[in-house]
Design a protein around this ligand. Structure first.
Ligand code: 3HC
Length: 707
């Protein structure tokens, strides 16, 4: 049987309907644009057709160009012959009928149509900047003509998805159908209504909105300035601005040619490659390759959270933010009241900042129900335990949950370090237990590390992964190993940054290197934000357990002086009252110098590159150990964790992807050299050595079977 066509043309009376059918999201894969062109030509030539509708089959209109094709020798139609040009030349009205997503090339095709209608749940946008390129199908020229350059700049440099009702207000969409309307029928009726309209309204012919830029030429520099921090080290956002600027200064066709030039500068850039990698790495992380076929995640309708502290509150907010009713409990009424107060205050801050509407805050709050005890949560589909991170505190909770929860309830622990098997062992249903490691603040951070207990059932693991996705998280799977995958791979970085101080670095020097690299904050400033008391306690515990533990005397001394970070006004830095700006502190420099002298460590200076590599290579080595032990499925999962758990700059792909750009052999050789110089803590992992010997990139490393 021949393959079903990617694009088909059928007729409803005098209206031609072109349907794109390329699952799952109608990306413009090989043959799709050509199929649309062919259908358009046929429709134009058919005297029985008065107007046409372009619609997507399945869950979406068109999600954009096929991202997998970028950077390859893909076939590209020359300017003048592209689908947008054929649409411009159309002699009959074209209506784009949008549901799901019209993104990138999808919205660009819609903007080349004469009319656009949508269902209310549809979303439109030009997200190309998020994969390091710019809208290359005329989007930088047509969008400013529809919405004005200012809004176009905002949309194109942020890549945000705009809901259909807002798109209607902005002028991108002509009509939003009622929520219960049938899109195809509505679009056909609309097409019939406008079938005789002439001249055909082409976006390219409308320059009126561009006057905004002439009246205020400062808008381009203003947006450059406003994105400077977020866009540092990147080229795509700036090329996007140049392209919109061209729309305002050049005639349409020249603007399109300029868009092409600016696009060509980006397609194969390091940043675009890394961002494409990150896009697919995130989708790969959702896949658990070793689950039996046919197992499905359990559905859930509501959740419960035990523990109303900062983490518990943030987790409850995550459920509420995504529409799920959630009950929350704590050991005492006071703790619960305090927790609810904190939740309310967090939402109120968002309202004040303008990122949340007051009525939406009320709706979310109404979904969070404080309850007195286990009797009130027993019928929840999912319970997340989020109490103090101490085995002896968590164990009795799991015993109580085992008694209270209905059969089949998913029982997950928000632990960042404790052995999930021990917690599962407190229950008579370890198959229903898994780890769900949220990152702080839990309602903001995107990463959810799902921890696989020895007895967690495939259904439990799939359900926990799916739960994360349903509350807006990126779920990635980790084995049950000390620190799981994210924190374990980050551990050596945390030690190395303090060891650098022993050798002559200062916190502000290390932080500057990491901020220049692309982190939003340096690691010492992050430490001050999180609180240095936590690290002190965990180092003491580790030192007591392991005689070979590499102590960090400088970190201990700073914290032992009560310098716990921002909350005490001093940590690695000093802080003015009520201000979060870190100021280098001579007192810290003195502690560092004295301790280094006592330890007898020779002092020297460091290049930025050495600092960067000391921190990150130590973690690459540990990540390899994690893979070699079968505690993560793939290197790209570790990258996803670094992107979403630790603020690793996305345009560098992730820890392992970044290391691959240096080259696995160079990474190995450097680690081996540091092994000679510093001893055991730099011993290269077996997997890293093997990859270096065979010249296999880290991201292609084969992990041991997960257990
Ligand atoms: N190209 C290739 N594959 C794509 C794709 C695209 N544009 N968009 C989605 N996919 C694939 C995903 O990789 C995934 O594949 P998998 O099942 O094998 O893992 C599958 O489609 C489903 O995607 P999601 O899991 O992401 O599905 P969601 O429903 O969660 O999200 C979406 C849908 C919002 C459309 C999201 O997929 C998305 O953001 N896609 C990218 C959109 C985009 O960036 N478009 C612009 C492309 S560049 C462009 O158009 C250039 C032009 O200007 C010339």
């Amino acid at each position: 049987m021949p393959d079903a066509p990617l694009v088909r043309l059928d007729r409803d009376g005098d209206i031609g309907v072109i349907t794109v059918d390329y699952p799952p999201v109608n990306a413009l894969g090989p043959g799709v644009a050509e199929g649309i062109i062919e259908a358009l030509k046929k429709g134009n030539a058919d005297p029985a057709v008065r107007a046409m509708v372009l619609i997507g089959a399945g869950r979406s209109f068109i999600a954009g160009a096929d991202i997998r094709g970028f950077g390859t020798a893909r076939k590209r139609l020359p300017l003048g012959e592209r689908v947008y040009d054929i649409l411009d030349a159309a002699t009959k009205p074209m209506v784009a009928a949008i549901h799901g997503y019209a993104l990138g090339g999808g919205l660009e095709i819609a903007m080349a149509c004469h009319y656009r209608i949508a269902v209310p749940s549809a979303k439109v946008g030009l997200p190309e900047v998020l994969i390091g390129i710019l809208p290359g199908g005329g989007g930088t020229q047509r969008l400013p003509r529809l919405v004005g350059p200012k809004v176009a700049l905002e949309m194109i440099t942020s890549g945000r998805h705009v809901p259909a009702p807002e798109a209607r207000t902005l002028g991108i969409i002509d009509e939003v159908l009622p929520a219960d309307a049938d899109l195809r029928a509505g679009a056909i009726a609309y097409a019939r209504k406008i079938a005789a309209a002439r001249p055909l309204p082409r976006v390219r012919d409308h320059d009126e909105r561009l006057a905004e830029a002439k009246a205020d030429p400062g808008i381009f520099d203003a947006i450059r300035k406003s994105i400077a921090r977020r866009a540092r080290n990147q080229k795509a956002p700036y090329n996007c601005i140049l392209a919109v600027e061209a729309a305002c200064t050049l005639p349409f066709d020249q603007g399109i040619a300029r868009e092409q030039e600016l696009f060509a500068e980006l397609e194969n850039s390091d940043e675009a490659r890394a961002l494409r990698y990150a896009f697919f790495a995130e989708r790969e992380a959702a896949k658990l390759p070793d689950m039996p076929v046919g197992v499905k995640p359990r559905e859930f309708a509501n959740a419960a959270v035990v523990g109303a502290g900062t983490m518990g509150g943030g987790i409850a907010m995550s459920f509420a933010d995504f529409g799920y009713p959630v009950r929350i409990m704590d050991a005492s009424k006071e703790a619960l009241d305090r927790g609810m107060e904190r939740i309310r205050a967090n939402y109120a801050t968002s309202v004040k900042r303008g990122s949340l509407a007051q009525d939406e805050m009320e709706r979310r709050l109404a979904r969070i129900q404080p309850v007195a005890g286990y009797d009130d949560i027993g019928d929840a589909d999912i319970v997340v335990e989020a109490v103090f991170e101490e085995m002896d505190v968590k164990k009795p909770i799991f015993r109580a949950l085992d008694k209270a929860m209905k059969p089949g309830a998913l029982m997950v622990s928000n632990t960042s370090a404790l052995d999930i098997d021990q917690l599962a062992g407190e229950t008579a249903r370890p198959q229903d237990v898994a780890g769900a490691h949220f990152f702080s603040p839990a309602n903001v951070m995107k990463l959810l590390e799902v921890v696989r207990g020895a007895k967690s059932s495939p259904e439990t693991l799939l359900s926990t992964m799916a739960m994360g996705r349903k509350i807006g998280k990126l779920s990635a799977m980790a084995g049950n190993t000390d620190g799981f995958v994210a924190n374990r791979s980050r551990g050596p970085f945390n030690s190395e940054m303090v060891i650098l101080l022993e050798e002559g670095c200062l916190p502000e020097q290390v932080d500057k290197v990491m901020v220049d690299f692309g982190y939003p904050m340096g690691p010492f400033a992050v430490g001050d934000l999180a609180g240095l008391d936590i690290g002190l306690a965990s180092r003491k515990r580790r030192a007591a357990q392991n005689p070979n533990y590499r102590k960090l005397p400088i970190a201990d001394r700073v914290a032992e002086l009560g310098r716990y970070g921002q909350k005490t006004g001093a940590g690695w830095y000093r802080y003015e009252k009520g201000d979060r700006t870190p100021h280098p502190d001579p007192e810290v420099a003195r502690i560092i110098k004295e301790t280094a002298a006592e330890l007898g460590v020779p002092q020297r200076s460091f290049t930025d590159q050495e600092i960067l590599r000391r921190l990150l290579f130590s973690s690459v080595n540990e990540a390899c150990r994690i893979l070699e032990e079968g505690k993560a499925y793939r290197a790209s999962d570790i990258d996803v964790m670094w992107l979403h758990g630790f603020g690793f700059p996305r345009y560098r792909g992730g820890l392992m992807y970044w290391a691959d750009q240096i080259g696995v052999r160079d990474v190995y050789n450097q680690i081996a050299a540091w092994n000679q110089q510093y001893g055991e803590r730099w011993a290269p992992s077996r997997l890293l050595r093997e990859l270096a010997e065979s010249g296999t990139p880290l991201r292609e490393a084969k992990a041991a079977p997960m257990h």
